[in-house]
Design a protein around this ligand. Structure first.
Ligand code: HEM
Ligand code: CU
Length: 446
C-alpha cells in the first residue's frame, strides 16, 4: 500500500527552533499558522500594534526537510482588522504561495507545496501595501534541511532583524502608529532583533556553555535595511552564505539582505557576554539592534587572559522621553460637551483607530486605503459613512475618481466615539463640516 506519512509541524517562537529533522524520511507535513494582530512593547514605555504570524515577531519558525509535501493552513483571527497572506521564499510557485493564501479576518486558507531546495528561507506577508505589512512584523523563517539533516550542534537559536517606523521619534512614549512616510524614506526609528529593543537582552538573552557549538539561524525581515551581522568577541567558524549551500569559514561579519538569511556557527571557548549587533553601529547602540549571548563556564587563560566582565553589557537607553499630551490623557468615553470637545475626542479616536490606514492627514495610501481628506464619497452621504465605520465596508467603491476594492472591518468603538471621530473627519482636511451626533449613529445602527 502507498501511504504517505503525515505529521503536524512543530512551530516555535523566537529564539527557539523546533527539533532537528535528523534522518527522517520526507513526509506530508501539516503547518497550521494563525495570524494575530497584537499590541506589544517595542521598548520600555513604547507600544506598537504588531501584525504577526503565530503571535510573535518574527513569526513561528518552520522546520522541514527537502522533499516534504507541506500542507499549509493560514488562518486569520476574527478579531484582526485586515486581510493577509504569505509568500514563502522556500516555495516554487506563483507569489511563493501569496496568491493561494490571501485570507480575510475570520477565514482560513489551505495550499500545499513541495520543498525542492535545501536552505534557510524568509517568509513574509505580501498583501498591499506590502511594505506596511512587513514593517508591522509579518516575517519569519522556514528551514529546509538537506537529506539526513544538518550536522548536530549543542545549541540552536532563531534571530531575526527588522526595522520599525513610528510616528514619534525613537523613545517617544505611548502607543506609536506606523509612519508610512518614514518607511518610504527608509528612515528607521528602531532597528531590532526579535521584534523589540529588549528582544534579545535581559531575560530574553540566549545562553551557552564554554565548549559548546552554537548555530544561529539569522534572518532579516527588513522591510528596508540590510544587516551587517556580527558577534562582538567571536569569529564565525562557518557561515552558510545567504542561507544556501556554500559554506564560508572564519568570518567576522556577514551580510544579510532584507528578505534573506544566513546560518552562522561557532564554538564558544571563553565565558562572558557576547554581543550580537548589526555592525552599522548606530543601529546597535541607538536604535536597538543589539542582543546578548551569555556564555557560562571555566575561563581559559590561554585563549583570553584579560579581565572577564561580570554581568550584562547594556545598550544605551532609548532617546529622550516626552510627557503624554493632553489628548492622550483625556478619557475616551466621556460624552463631548461642545463641538471643540468633539473635535479633541474625535482626533484621539482617529489616531487610535483610523490613522494606521487612512494616515495622519486623511490622505490614505494609493491603491490600498482611500483618502478621507476632501473625499467626495464621504461628503456625499453621511449615513453611508457612519455605516462604513459601524458595519464595515467592502466591495468596489470610487473615491475622488480612484477605485478601491478592499475590506474595511467594522470598528469596535462606541456610538459616542463614532460621532466624535466622524465629526473630526468631516471638519478636517477640506471636508463639508458635517456634525455627527450619537443619535445619528444609533439611527444607522437600528
Ligand atoms: C473606506 C472611515 C478605519 C480601511 C472608508 C470610508 C470611510 C472610512 C468614510 C469610505 C471611503 C472614503 O470616504 O474614503 C474610517 C474611519 C475609521 C476607519 C472613520 C476609524 C474609526 C479604517 C481602518 C482600515 C480602513 C483601521 C484598515 C485596517 C478602509 C478601506 C476602505 C475604507 C480598505 C475601502 C473599502 C472598500 O474598498 O470597499 N473608511 N475608516 N479603515 N477604509 Fe476606513
Ligand atoms: Cu499582512
Amino acid at each position: 500500500i502507498n501511504v504517505t506519512q503525515e505529521m503536524v509541524a512543530e512551530l516555535t517562537a523566537p529564539p527557539h527552533v523546533p527539533t532537528p529533522v535528523g534522518k527522517r524520511k520526507a513526509k506530508k507535513l501539516k503547518v497550521n499558522m494563525e495570524i494575530l494582530e497584537l499590541e506589544g512593547e517595542l521598548t520600555s514605555g513604547v507600544s506598537y500594534v504588531y501584525w504577526t504570524f503565530g503571535g510573535s515577531v518574527p513569526g513561528s519558525f518552520i522546520r522541514t526537510r527537502v522533499g516534504d509535501e507541506v500542507e499549509f493552513t493560514l488562518s486569520n483571527h476574527p478579531d484582526n482588522k485586515l486581510p493577509h497572506n504569505i509568500d514563502l521564499h522556500a516555495v516554487t510557485g506563483p507569489g511563493g504561495g501569496a496568491e493561494s493564501s490571501f485570507v480575510a479576518p475570520g477565514f482560513e486558507k489551505t495550499f500545499s507545496f513541495k520543498t525542492l531546495n535545501p536552505g534557510l528561507y524568509v517568509y513574509h506577508c505580501a498583501t498591499a501595501p506590502v511594505g506596511m505589512h512587513i514593517a508591522n512584523g509579518m516575517y519569519g523563517l522556514i528551514l529546509v534541511e538537506p537529506e539526513g539533516g544538518l550536522p548536530p550542534v549543542d545549541k540552536e537559536y532563531y534571530i531575526m532583524q527588522g526595522d520599525f517606523y513610528t510616528k514619534g521619534k525613537n523613545g517617544e512614549r505611548g502607543l506609536q502608529p506606523f509612519d508610512m512616510q518614514k518607511a518610504v524614506d527608509e528612515n528607521a526609528d528602531y532597528v531590532v532583533f526579535n521584534g523589540s529593543v529588549d528582544g534579545l537582552t535581559g531575560d530574553n538573552a540566549i545562553t551557552a556553555k564554554v565548549g559548546e557549538t552554537v548555530r544561529l539561524y539569522v534572518g532579516n525581515g527588513g522591510p528596508n535595511l540590510v544587516s551587517s551581522f556580527h558577534v562582538i568577541g567571536e569569529i564565525f567558524d562557518k557561515v552558510y552564505v545567504e542561507g544556501g549551500s556554500v559554506i564560508n569559514e572564519n568570518i567576522q561579519t556577514t551580510l544579510i539582505p532584507a528578505g534573506g538569511a544566513a546560518i552562522v556557527e561557532f564554538r564558544v571557548d571563553v565565558p562572558g557576554s557576547l554581543v550580537l549587533v548589526d555592525h552599522s553601529i548606530f543601529r546597535a547602540f541607538n536604535k536597538g539592534a543589539l542582543g546578548i549571548l551569555n556564555v557560562e563556564g571555566e575561563e581559559d587563560k590561554k585563549i583570553y587572559s584579560g579581565e572577564i566582565r561580570e554581568g550584562i553589557y547594556l545598550p544605551e537607553g532609548p532617546g529622550i522621553q516626552s510627557m503624554p499630551t493632553t489628548a492622550e490623557l483625556a478619557e475616551t468615553n466621556v460624552p463631548a460637551k461642545s463641538f471643540d470637545e468633539q473635535m479633541t475626542f474625535g482626533k484621539q479616536v482617529y489616531m487610535q483607530n483610523c490613522f494606521a490606514c487612512h494616515q495622519s492627514e486623511g490622505q490614505g495610501i494609493p491603491n490600498a486605503f482611500p483618502p478621507l481628506a476632501n473625499s467626495d464619497y464621504l461628503n456625499a452621504d453621511v449615513d453611508r459613512a457612519i455605516s462604513a465605520v459601524v458595519n464595515g465596508l467592502s466591495g468596489e467603491i470610487t473615491v475622488n475618481g480612484d477605485t478601491y476594492n478592499s475590506v474595511m472591518t467594522r470598528q469596535m468603538i462606541s456610538s459616542e466615539e463614532v460621532a466624535n471621530v466622524l465629526t473630526y473627519v468631516y471638519n478636517s482636511w477640506g471636508n463639508n463640516k458635517q456634525v455627527v451626533t450619537k443619535d445619528m449613529v444609533e439611527n444607522v445602527k437600528n
